[in-house]
Structures are given as structure tokens and as C-alpha cells.
Design a protein around this ligand. Structure first.
Ligand code: FES
Length: 94
């Protein structure tokens, strides 16, 4: 687990996290924000594909939407990732 991102650590433990821009053969750059997870201690949202996993880290991968997390999400991404997700759900080409 040392050096693994949160995404890889989750995959190794069969915990699914949705991804879009991540590819195992490319250097992760955290652009789409589809893999956002929440640090349970700080409440901070972070891209799991570029954030290193750490000992004793508590991560929420499926927190319910709410006013606090929605505000953090909007302020960090301007809603662009949710627009991408909407396109995928509607079967629209990106
Ligand atoms: S998969 Fe795109 S930011 Fe992580």
C-alpha cells in the first residue's frame, strides 16, 4: 500500500470509485474530479487518483449529497465534473 493512491488502495480492497480521466498506463493528473472522495476527519474532498493513501486515513467514498459537501464541490470544480457525469448518464458524446 505504500505509495498507492487512494484509488489504487480502494481497488485493492474491492471498493469501487468511479473514474474518467485516470488510466493505469498514464501519469494521473486529477483533471475530471469524478473520483472525488471525502476525508472523514477534515471533510475535505479530494481526487482519489492523485491523492496518496496514508496510514489511519478515513475516507468516505459514497457520502450522501448534502449542503456542506455540495458547497465544497461547487467551489472547487464549478460543477464541471457533475456536467461530465450528466453527459455520461445521458449517453452523450463528450
Ligand atoms: S479519475 Fe479523473 S480526477 Fe481522478
Amino acid at each position: 500500500m505504500s505509495g498507492d493512491s487512494i484509488l489504487i488502495a480502494a481497488e485493492k480492497n474491492s471498493i469501487p470509485i468511479p473514474i474518467l480521466c485516470y488510466h493505469p498506463d498514464l501519469k494521473p493528473h486529477g483533471a475530471c474530479r469524478l473520483c472525488l472522495v471525502e476525508n472523514e476527519k477534515t471533510g475535505r474532498l479530494m481526487a482519489s487518483c492523485v491523492t496518496p493513501a496514508a496510514q489511519d486515513m478515513v475516507i468516505q467514498t459514497a457520502s450522501p449529497p448534502g449542503p456542506a459537501s455540495s458547497q465544497k464541490y461547487r467551489s472547487s470544480d464549478d460543477g464541471r465534473a457533475s456536467g461530465v457525469l450528466h453527459c455520461l448518464q445521458q449517453g452523450q458524446p463528450l
